[in-house]
Design a protein around this ligand. Structure first.
Ligand SMILES: CCCCC/C=C\C/C=C\C/C=C\C/C=C\C/C=C\CC/C=C/C(=O)SCCNC(=O)CCNC(=O)[C@H](O)C(C)(C)COP(=O)(O)OP(=O)(O)OC[C@H]1O[C@@H](n2cnc3c(N)ncnc32)[C@H](O)[C@@H]1OP(=O)(O)O
Ligand SMILES: Cc1cc2nc3c(=O)[nH]c(=O)nc-3n(C[C@H](O)[C@H](O)[C@H](O)COP(=O)(O)OP(=O)(O)OC[C@H]3O[C@@H](n4cnc5c(N)ncnc54)[C@H](O)[C@@H]3O)c2cc1C
Length: 664
């Protein structure tokens, strides 16, 4: 018998080839096939079950995470999965774990900042997970200000060792994932001191726990920092605290690609820029942008499928009520998020390319594109995670009351996701880095230095400062060059206005601090331009499949025009468009929503998420929402007994007292 599909009619409405869209979303046919296989592997394995985890105590949740990580590792070995497949498996297991930090930060830190001898010594053990590592940078007193870290690594020429020490309470390492209970090793960031001189923050490989008994080594205090936001969620991770009491490590455990300390204790700064010490963060920020599209797609998939099932009001002659997805307000809240998921997917692909390119250049000692890579990763990490965090909450609201149920999947997704706005760089702090980069670019405009890469548009500042938008009718807003010019003009005009305001301050740093809220807006305008332009570039590619490119064009226009509508004040105040042109953009946006509507379910099907990964009754593939909600309610432990525990002690006495009072 064919399974019930409450979305069958919706799926029939689609105007494009779904299989081809799945490939576009995955990036290639090969990626699609790999990802589909790994997702099904995880979904069909009972060890990876996750529907009960919000009910677990912290200890049980943590043990469950260890069990899943061990099982994942066994599957990776048994099935001889490649690194790429293993990474997919990690993401489909969908439970934050120490392994994220081991593979995602500890190994990349050694690879990026270690010498070839250090690679040879440490990487084979790390790859086999004979040692497990974390990334211990943040302290109780300092996170954003990395130069403010207090942990010291003092070189002792007598013994050829560093002495690692936590001189104050605020120097305690605080937050590193995997540190609390699991890691045997850490890359620790500490101030390097030689001959009484402070050379700033550097990375050191430090063993924390015994490899036989897992006990902390002498001089090391280590533990978990405690429960975090929400139930389940990020509490599967052992974010830790760490203190050193004069712990000794050999000199060759300082990561020495950027700077070296010789046997005599001489500090040698190589040609490599000191910012490479921050390289692991750049790598992870880039991965976070791709992850943002996945998290956003997940929330949007749930809200879209549920919006097609849910009906409220408008029954005619006893017929069915209106599907809430048909309300224009629902569409205007949901479809821009759907478009954003695609937009972030494509900008994530591009950022991966940029990162690979800069890494290859760094290997050849070409550091010229490092500032741009830093600005792009910082800005896009900030923008995509802020939008995604807000969007998950919006999707919860789009699902009405049922969105607040844990089994909608949205509360846990929100709780797991929101720290992304803070870790790997607080989002405001990162946008200020982008603003610094933009102000520097503007200040060099007159010098003959041609801006390149994502700031190339600033080279056309003269034109962009005075160009006039030519839109006369709503449909004029569908022209890619019109959209692009409006976004470029807005970004350049906001940048130059801020640069002029900065010029009025005698001390530039005072000006930067005073104008920082405006500078954040400038950085956002620049980042939005990058996302819009990369979406438009994607559309220049050959995209096969009936109707696929057309749907992507519609989504690209939705993405750009909803931003224009949301930031209308910027566009009008800078004179890039008139208020009337803004109104025409909004008119066009409404027409675009009507074009998205019949394709909405198929557009979220293209994410190819299994019900296991989605973890949401509201978002389940077959749309059989009510029956599943009803069945699920009976599985709650509160319903194990008809009369609740505590009735005799606490409820009955009150009820009886009430009866007595009533009788009086
Ligand atoms: C179960 C399955 C098993 C299998 C598993 C398999 C695989 C898993 C694999 C992978 C997983 C992948 C990914 C996931 C990994 C991890 C994600 C999970 C959890 C995340 C956990 C979180 C970790 C953290 O949060 S780590 C700590 C992060 N901390 C920060 O981000 C701090 C933010 N602060 C800073 O970055 C800096 O302090 C600052 C704000 C940039 C300021 O720095 P400062 O030195 O003071 O610089 P300035 O004076 O401002 O600038 C000087 C100069 O330098 C330039 N600059 C700054 N930063 C950089 C940089 N990074 N790169 C290049 N240039 C930089 C700056 O622009 C300025 O330039 P100028 O002089 O030209 O102006
Ligand atoms: C779940 C989670 C996991 C983490 N994992 C790790 C890990 O594995 N390893 C690790 O080393 N660290 C980790 N961290 C720490 C994380 O990197 C830091 O919390 C993050 O970098 C922010 O720093 P902070 O906490 O010092 O925030 P703060 O800088 O204290 O921010 C507080 C407020 O001040 C504002 N602010 C700060 N500086 C400025 C400024 N210059 N201008 C304007 N506003 C400013 C911020 O915008 C924010 O609103 C993790 C954190 C979390 C929440």
């Amino acid at each position: 018998m064919e399974a019930l599909d409450y979305h069958a009619e919706e799926r029939r409405k689609a105007e494009f080839n779904l299989d081809e869209m799945k490939i576009v979303w995955a990036g290639s046919r090969r990626n699609y096939e790999l990802s589909d296989r790994v997702a099904r592997l995880v979904a069909s394995d009972p060890v990876f079950r996750k529907d009960n985890r919000t009910m677990l105590t912290r200890k049980d949740l943590f043990k469950d995470t260890l069990r899943k990580a061990a099982h994942a590792w066994k599957r990776i070995i048994d099935l001889r999965l490649s690194e790429e497949e293993a990474n997919m498996l990690r993401s489909y297991v969908d439970q934050p774990a120490f392994t994220d930090l081991h593979w995602g930060m500890f190994i990349p830190a050694i690879k990026g900042q270690g010498t070839s001898e250090q690679h040879e010594k440490w990487l084979p053990m790390a790859y086999k997970m004979q040692i497990i590592g974390c990334y211990a940078q943040t302290e109780l007193g300092h996170g954003s200000n990395v130069q403010g870290l207090e942990t010291t690594a003092t070189f002792d020429p007598q013994t050829d060792e560093f002495d690692l020490h936590s001189p104050t309470l605020t120097s305690s390492k605080w937050w590193p994932g995997g540190l609390g209970k699991v890691s045997t090793h850490a890359v620790v960031y500490a101030r390097l001191i030689t001959g009484g001189q402070d050379h700033g923050v550097h990375g050191f490989i430090v063993q924390l726990r015994g490899l036989d008994d897992h006990l902390p080594l002498p001089g090391i205090t280590v533990g978990d920092i405690g429960m975090k936001f929400g139930s389940g969620a990020y509490n599967s991770m052992d974010n830790g605290l760490l203190r050193f009491d004069h712990v000794r490590i050999p000199r060759n455990q300082m990561l020495m690609r950027v700077s070296q300390v010789t046997r005599e204790g001489k500090f040698v700064q190589s040609d490599v820029p000191r910012q490479l010490v921050y390289g692991t963060m750049v790598y992870v920020r880039q991965t976070i942008v791709s992850d943002a599209s996945c998290a956003l797609a997940r929330a949007v998939c749930i809200a879209t499928r549920y919006s097609a099932v849910r009906r409220q009001f408008g029954s005619q002659n006893g017929g069915p009520e209106i599907q809430v997805i048909d309300y224009k307000t629902q569409q205007s809240r949901l479809f821009p998020l759907l478009a954003s998921a695609y937009a972030f997917r494509f900008v994530g692909e591009w950022l991966k390319w940029l990162y690979t390119d800069v890494t290859q250049r760094l290997q050849a000692n070409d550091f010229s594109t490092l500032p741009e890579a830093h600005a792009c990763t910082a800005g896009l990490k900030s923008m995509t995670t802020s939008v995604t965090a807000d969007a998950i909450e919006e999707c919860r609201k789009l699902c009405g009351g049922h969105g607040y149920l844990s089994n909608s999947g949205l509360p846990e997704l929100f709780a797991v996701y929101i720290p992304t706005c803070t870790y790997e760089g607080d989002n405001v702090v990162l946008l200020l880095q982008v603003a610094r980069f933009l102000m520097k670019t503007v200040s060099q405009l007159g010098s003959g230095k041609k801006p390149v890469g994502t700031t190339a548009y600033m080279g056309r500042a003269e034109h962009l400062m005075q160009c006039r938008c030519e839109v006369e009718m709503a449909q004029d807003w569908l022209k890619p060059s019109t959209i692009l010019e409006a976004f470029e003009a807005r970004a350049v005009r906001m940048s130059i206005a801020c640069a002029k305001s900065l010029g009025k301050f005698s001390n530039p740093e005072d000006g930067f601090a005073e104008l920082s809220p405006d500078l954040v807006e400038v950085a956002i305008a620049h980042c939005q331009l990058i996302v819009v332009s990369k979406f438009l570039e994607k559309l220049q590619q050959d995209i096969p499949g009936k109707g696929v490119k057309r749907q992507l064009e519609i989504l690209c226009n939705v993405y750009a025009l909803h931003l224009l509508h949301k930031h209308l004040g910027d566009f009008v105040a800078t004179g890039c468009i008139t208020p009337n042109q803004g109104a025409l953009a909004n008119e066009q946006l409404r027409l675009l929503y009507a074009q998205v509507r019949p394709n909405a379910i198929a557009l979220v099907d293209a994410f190819n998420y299994t019900d296991h990964y989605l973890g949401s009754i509201l978002g389940c593939y077959d749309g059989n929402v009510y029956q599943k909600l009803y069945q699920e309610a009976w599985k709650d432990p509160l319903n194990d007994t008809v009369v609740p525990d505590g009735y005799l002690e606490y409820l009955r006495p009150i009820l009886k007292q009430h009866i007595r009072t009533a009788r009086l």
